[in-house]
Design a protein around this ligand. Structure first.
Ligand SMILES: [Zn+2]
Length: 304
């Protein structure tokens, strides 16, 4: 039986809503339920997320080294968190089409996927067993806080990343965690980032400072995918300078590299993961992962 997550009514902040009870007992606001999706913003129907077919995405996720290798690193870092606290319930914030949400569920976590785009969630609904919520982050107020919130390649898209992290922390119990992955190194900034809607790439120090600024305790910050720095730099600096290559720049992760390179990268990622587990510092990489502890949760307990 999938875990049930309850949220406070976005209209009156008093009544409680869940998939099985989508009408607020206090003010009568009714969330839209679509399969496993609780839609808290039925008045907004943005179609800005250009979803490919679910099958196409699944194929890319299965094949492209980047997705599988990043998943394993995410699970490793969650294991680190579990040395300090028993992490069971977590949120995949900005879950998109639910690919990572499904992986986290499979690893045994009770996971709630939240995203503002209904199109991605419709794809997620096919692969995720638990609850999904369609809402703006600021409209989500949980009845029970979770142990960790994951923002996986999310905050680089936001103008105010600090505000997003603080809002994420309001969903976490005191002593819980915020887990973040972001694209790394501004030196790799290219047209690809613009196409993806990135506002910035991060350095290890920037991310750590951001955690501290939010009042979090940084526990672990590491680069990963070191081996892909040179290929990415070459590809994006040299090949994508011409106009005709603008379209190629947009492909990014939507198609896997040549099978030979894809397999080599997968092996290198596995080796890098071993180094990370052994505590060896990865000096740079195309991505960063950061785990921070929310010392003083801003989770608001509602008075009844
Ligand atoms: Zn209400």
């Amino acid at each position: 039986m999938p875990a049930q997550f309850e949220v406070y009514c976005p209209a009156c902040h008093k009544g409680r809503l869940s998939l099985s009870n989508s009408t607020c007992g206090n003010c009568g606001f009714t969330a839209r339920v679509e399969g496993g999706i609780l839609d808290l913003q039925p008045q907004v129907r943005g179609e800005d997320y250009k979803a490919s077919s679910a099958e196409n995405l699944a194929r890319v996720y299965e094949k492209h080294f980047w997705f599988g290798s990043r998943n394993r690193i995410i699970l490793d870092v969650l294991k680190r968190a579990r040395r300090l606290l028993d992490v069971r319930r977590l949120i995949d914030l900005g879950c998109g089409n639910g690919y990572v949400t499904a992986m986290l569920e499979e690893a045994g976590y009770a996971t709630l996927g939240i995203d503002m785009h209904i199109d991605g969630l419709r794809i997620a609904e096919g692969i995720v067993g638990g609850s999904l919520i369609c809402a703006m982050l600021e409209d989500v107020r949980l009845v029970e806080p979770v142990d960790a919130v994951c923002l996986l390649d999310v905050i680089e898209h936001l103008t105010d990343d600090r505000q997003a992290l603080l809002q994420a922390a309001s969903l976490v119990r005191p002593g819980g965690f915020v887990l973040v992955t972001v694209p790394a190194l501004m030196q790799l900034w290219s047209r690809y980032d613009v196409t993806c809607g990135h506002k910035r790439r991060y350095g290890a120090k920037t991310l750590r400072d951001l955690f501290v600024e939010c009042g979090f305790e940084p526990l672990y910050v590491s680069y990963f995918f070191m081996f892909s720095v040179l290929p990415v730099w070459l590809q994006r600096r040299l090949l994508h300078t011409g106009k005709k290559n603008a379209k190629i720049a947009g492909h990014g992760y939507t198609r896997p590299p040549h099978p030979l390179f894809n397999n080599i990268f997968r092996l290198l990622a596995a080796a890098e993961r071993l180094l990370m587990s052994a505590g060896i510092k990865i000096p740079f990489g195309t991505s960063l992962i950061g785990l921070a502890r929310v010392k003083y949760s801003t989770f608001i307990e509602e008075a009844n």
